[in-house]
Design a protein around this ligand. Structure first.
Ligand code: ARG
Length: 659
């Protein structure tokens, strides 16, 4: 049930009589919104002011005229005109009770299915395999999983696709590593571990060699910048009052300082790596390793038998590693069309771009240029290699043929914003303009030090160990014997472990989702596994608490079969506030999918848990004055519990029956 839709429908009838222009009716309806001041109204319609000119009447008169003709008597307790012509709506408790009754009897809590549904593809998680997965991957996985669950729940036809990076340079790295550094015994015993060791080794050598190259480039740059600085200093000496030259001087000084900083950081990195004797000797015996890696990658793409055999051998191992993580996070995909799947379609993509007059040869490469000065999209390099963009074009074309999506979402890091802007523009031009392509971008995960999240040793944190830590923290915070003893809960180890897993993983997911996805977010394990505040543990605790109240009611002889038949009575303010929030569940879910912002759901759940807590403080449930009152409150509590559970599950987070 969407209250707003119901109210707007009533207004539509009146406005259609009043206004001849359908666009005006539409824009007026958009101005009916939930009130920001609950003391004043539940909903507010600010439609009269903008119609003043059109209708040539004062807003107050327009508003009154609308109200006189409006029939909201069943939904609203009062409809009044205030201020300069606002229409204030207060919902009727009887109507709220009726909606709650309906939600109670419905397994979907009264949430209707959209009609007609849309076909929506969600491309998320999509890690580059062969590299260990790290904390950055969790954002795409968690956000994408939540969005797909919510859209599915709303009734859309959702198709999830894990666009694995299974064809890129990282495979060149492990192929090269395997051919030159593999410890066969270790590989036989634990292939994944040996492959990641090889990946890290080749990466380290290549990083070292790249830093050396950077250093020499930076030294030249500094020399150049310093010469420029001296020239400007001389100019300024000749004309000391010239503000423009003074400005140039500041920027030249800054250029020198930046280059010096960069040089320093590269020099530090080199000094660090030089402590590793083995790495140094390997770097000497494997000069220009990155070029060799690229050559191995190219050989793979050309269909070289040996490399293809290795790739086929490595891939299941890499998949197995990420599967463990997905299993633990309880994330599934409908499809796993990785980059390799599109390899044979890339040639046709370039041909189609030529045929449509979109691609041109430029410096031996094939490019698509855009209006304005933007850099082009390169779809084929001089050496014939295809790029990430080419694969993404092929992917979108394949998805169009296979699924004809109405909406296509890419849940990917904000740093790829430029790539997707260009991609969507090209897709539009080649005729895939019926699909609404969206980059669901998200910010970087930062450490509490304000820098991208790293462990103390400097490497990005492995996902598995991070999940383990969250679970261990949850065990400390939620399952410590003192706390449980204090609340009289007896638990065996098995149950404690299960609770810690649900609470710990929930904490990580929730913290990620509770932030506005477009901003960077600070990964703070201490904050996320807390029982107070906007955390999953708080919501899970609220759920468990209501479940315990329901169990106690049963013990007291208040059987569910009895209380679920009794009428709902919403006479207290805190009951009404809770009821209003509950019936807005669907409206909130719809809104959260307008810009795909799951944080609207966490906010809603947090508010719901808080509203329940104040309701529980103000209204006795188990010791209520009459049985009828107790029954009504039990029913209200039960709907709250189910809504909390449903909301958390849509975010991919579980609940526990007690904690
Ligand atoms: N594998 C890419 C990366 O890790 C993300 C892929 C996102 N999806 C896509 N269709 N481009 O950066």
């Amino acid at each position: 049930m969407q209250i707003l839709t119901a109210i707007r429908e009533r207004f539509r009838k009146v406005l259609q009589d009043l206004l001849s222009d359908p666009a005006l009716v539409h824009s007026s309806l958009e101005r009916i919104v939930p009130s920001r001041d609950p003391g004043l109204a539940d909903y507010q319609a600010n439609i009269a002011m903008p119609l003043q000119k059109v209708l040539g009447k004062p807003p107050l008169e327009i508003a009154q005229g609308v109200v006189d003709r409006l029939d909201l008597s069943d939904i609203c307790q009062s409809v009044s005109v205030a201020g300069a012509g606002y229409i204030n709506l207060r919902l009727a408790p009887s109507w709220l009770a009726e909606q709650l009754q309906r939600a109670y009897s419905d397994s979907r809590l009264g949430v209707t299915q959209v009609d007609p549904p849309k076909t929506i593809i969600i491309d998320y998680s999509s890690p580059n395999v062969a590299k260990p997965m790290h904390v950055g991957h969790i954002r795409s996985t968690v956000i994408g999983d939540a969005i797909s669950k919510v859209l599915r729940f709303l009734g859309h036809n959702v198709i999830t696709d894990n666009h694995l990076g299974d064809w890129g340079t990282q495979f060149g790295m492990i192929i090269y590593g395997y051919k030159h550094f593999c410890d066969q015994a270790a590989y036989q015993k634990h292939p994944v571990a040996e492959l990641s060791r090889l990946y890290r080794k080749v990466q380290a050598i290549s990083g070292y060699q790249e830093a050396l190259v950077q250093v020499s480039k930076l030294e030249q740059a500094i020399e150049f910048a310093q010469r420029r600085l001296e020239q400007i200093q001389a100019k300024l000496a000749a004309a000391p009052a010239d503000k423009k030259i003074a400005k140039e001087l500041t920027s030249a000084e800054r250029a020198v300082a930046t280059a010096q900083d960069e040089l320093q950081s590269n020099a530090n990195k080199i000094a660090d790596l030089q402590k590793d004797n083995l790495l140094m000797s390997e770097s000497t015996t494997h000069p220009q390793i990155y070029e060799k890696v690229l050559a191995e990658t190219a050989r793979l793409h050309r269909g070289d038998e040996g490399n293809l055999k290795l790739w086929n051998e490595f891939l299941p191992n890499c998949r197995e590693e990420i599967d463990t993580i997905y299993q633990r996070l309880n994330v599934q995909f409908d499809h796993w069309y990785g980059e390799s799947f599109y390899h044979d379609m890339l040639n046709a993509v370039v041909e189609e771009l030529f045929a449509k007059g979109l691609a041109v040869q430029s410096d031996g490469a094939v490019c698509v240029f855009f209006e304005g000065s933007e850099a082009p999209m390169i779809v084929q390099k001089q050496d014939g290699a295809y790029l990430y963009a080419t694969t993404d074009l092929a992917t979108a074309m394949f998805r169009e043929r296979e699924f004809s999506p109405d909406i296509s979402l890419y849940v990917v890091d904000h740093r790829q914003g430029d790539h997707f802007r260009k991609l969507f523009s090209v897709l539009d031009k080649i005729g895939l303009d019926r699909t609404d392509f969206r980059h669901i971008s998200f910010g970087t995960v930062m450490g509490t030090d304000g820098k991208p999240f790293k462990t103390r040793s400097g490497s990005t944190v492995g996902l598995e160990s991070m999940l383990d830590e969250a679970v261990a923290r949850a065990m400390e915070v939620v399952c410590n014997p003192d706390r449980l003893g204090g609340s009289g809960i007896q638990m065996d180890d098995q149950e404690r472990l299960e609770i810690a897993e649900t609470v710990g993983l929930g904490a990580i997911k929730y913290a990620d989702l509770a932030h506005n996805r477009t901003s960077d977010y600070i990964f703070d394990m201490d904050k996320m596994v807390r029982l107070e505040g906007n955390t999953s543990a708080y919501i899970q605790y609220s759920y468990a608490r209501i479940r315990s109240i329901l169990r106690k009611a049963e013990e007291k002889g208040w059987k569910q079969v009895q209380w679920e038949l009794s009428p709902m009575d919403l006479s207290q303010g805190s009951e009404l506030a809770l009821a209003l929030h509950l019936v807005r569940f669907e409206e909130m879910l719809q809104q959260s999918m307008q810009d795909y912002t799951p944080n609207m759901i966490t906010d809603y759940l947090y508010d719901l848990a808080k509203l329940y807590s104040s309701f529980y403080e103000q209204c006795s449930v188990l010791n209520s004055q009459s049985q009828a009152e107790g029954y009504s409150r039990l029913k209200l509590s039960s709907i709250v519990a189910r809504t909390l559970k449903c909301g958390l599950e849509l975010l991919g987070i579980g609940v526990v029956e007690r904690m």
